[in-house]
Write a protein that binds this ligand. Structure first.
Ligand SMILES: NC(=O)C1=CN([C@@H]2O[C@H](COP(=O)(O)OP(=O)(O)OC[C@H]3O[C@@H](n4cnc5c(N)ncnc54)[C@H](OP(=O)(O)O)[C@@H]3O)[C@@H](O)[C@H]2O)C=CC1
Ligand SMILES: C[C@H]1O[C@H](OP(=O)(O)OP(=O)(O)OC[C@H]2O[C@@H](n3cnc4c(=O)[nH]c(N)nc43)[C@H](O)[C@@H]2O)[C@@H](O)[C@@H](O)C1=O
Length: 354
């Protein structure tokens, strides 16, 4: 990729998109184009084609998607399947139609079967039933992977996909209704700690910065201590305890988003679709650390890091999701890339941004 190549980062304000932007700017790329969701709704085929026709990007990072944690995926199933299929279909087809040189499509580790053998190799795709809580999202992600493959096969495009594990980092989604587990737990323990120390000003600041979700932002009175305590209690956050969803017995793997951005730029710079085809006939590679922990262990790590002294409670009325989804990252290592930021360090870096 030439330093003045025209690069389009779709989803540039999101967790991954913003990290890719920072990485590209740091590496001296000077010609990056972006559009906010408001400026360009990628579920709109006409608008997407008009954008590509006008701007003619040479390289595309497809990091725009409707994304959320287990509760959001389980609640808004139609939105997750429709919006993600449309975004992928429109961007991949327009990239072919307007001659994009190379496209990197972001999938997800939840494309693999619920009970896949661990660690999961790229070839395990579509070898078993999916995890119901995020089946819509997974189907949309699998469709995008297959679109990349079949555009390459039929039209000779140079497109490829990556399958990241659970990602976290600065600029994450901290809305306690729609977020993933890691940002949710960092925020829950952080707010619990402020309650222990009666730092109501810090709590007020945090709630002004990030929505709580569940409609609570409309009902909380930030100038009333009782209202703050009552509202946080509804979210399972008190001085005495923090409530987690599910049994806490399931395993998850976590990759710091700056590592993810580094891997995406590395692959875009160094790998062509034909090389990716040697890894998988569907032109994709897993991206992760190759290490996982239980949600219980994750909660203990975050509790320690934050310095919260209360108890941990498990609300087993909430879903666990898939029992484990550890990625086999041996192919990624063969391509010459390895993760850098350990979980304990990444958690501390996120805590600093709260
Ligand atoms: N976070 C994670 O743990 C993982 C993420 N991924 C994948 O990485 C990619 C990026 O995810 P992540 O950064 O976490 O998600 P975010 O939600 O942080 O960012 C997604 C971005 O896409 C934009 N967007 C959503 N819908 C549209 C639309 N219709 N038109 C234009 N823009 C839109 C959002 O804008 P706005 O907010 O304004 O709507 C947002 O800026 C996704 O493909 C996701 O599936 C894969 C595995 C794990
Ligand atoms: C990233 C990837 O993977 C996502 O699936 P997931 O990993 O199951 O999502 P999750 O991070 O929300 O949950 C992980 C585990 O953690 C538990 N858990 C405890 N306490 C909280 C909690 O407070 N919030 C959340 N969200 N989970 C909690 C929760 O019950 C579950 O057992 C897809 O949605 C999809 O987005 C996808 O592509």
């Amino acid at each position: 990729m030439e330093k003045n190549a025209k690069i389009y980062v779709a989803g540039h304000r999101g967790l991954v998109g913003s990290a890719i932007m920072k990485k590209l700017q740091k590496k001296g790329y000077t010609n990056i184009i972006t559009r906010t969701h408001k400026e360009l709704d990628l579920t709109d085929q006409k608008a997407t084609r008009e954008f590509f026709e006008k701007e003619k990007p040479e390289y595309v990072f497809l990091a725009a998607a409707k994304v959320g944690g287990i509760l959001a995926n389980d609640t808004y199933k139609a939105d997750f399947i429709y919006q993600n299929i449309m975004i992928a279909a429109n961007v991949i087809e327009a990239s072919y139609r307007y001659g994009v040189k190379k496209l990197l499509n972001l999938g997800s580790s939840c494309i693999y079967p619920k009970y896949a053998k661990q660690p999961m190799k790229e070839e395990y795709l579509l070898t078993g039933e999916l995890e119901p809580t995020n089946e819509p999202y997974a189907i949309a992600k699998i469709s995008a992977i297959k679109m990349v493959r079949y555009f390459n096969e039929q039209y000779g495009t140079n497109f490829m996909s990556v399958m990241p594990t659970n990602l976290y980092g600065p600029n994450d989604n901290f809305n306690l209704e729609t977020s993933h587990v890691l940002p949710a737990l960092i925020r829950k323990f952080y707010l619990g700690k402020q309650l222990e120390e009666e730092n109501y000003e810090k709590i007020k600041e945090n709630i002004k910065k990030y929505p709580l979700g569940f409609g609570l932002d409309k009902t909380i009175d930030l100038d009333n201590k009782e209202s703050i305590i009552k509202t946080l209690k509804q979210l399972g956050i008190t001085k005495e305890s923090i409530t987690l969803w599910g049994t806490g017995e399931v395993y998850r793997e976590f990759l710091y988003v700056e590592d993810m951005a580094d891997a995406c730029v590395y692959l875009m710079e160094k790998i062509e679709a034909e090389e990716m085809k040697k890894i998988s006939p569907d032109y994709f590679v897993n991206i992760g650390t190759g290490k996982d922990i239980t949600i219980k262990e994750l909660a203990e790590l975050i509790k320690e890091t934050v310095g919260y002294t209360g108890e941990i409670i498990h609300d087993t009325t909430k879903p666990d999701g898939t029992p484990r989804k550890l990625l086999d990252v041996s192919k990624l290592h063969e391509l010459g890339w390895k993760y850098n930021v350990e979980l304990s360090k990444g958690v501390r870096k996120v805590l600093e941004t709260l």
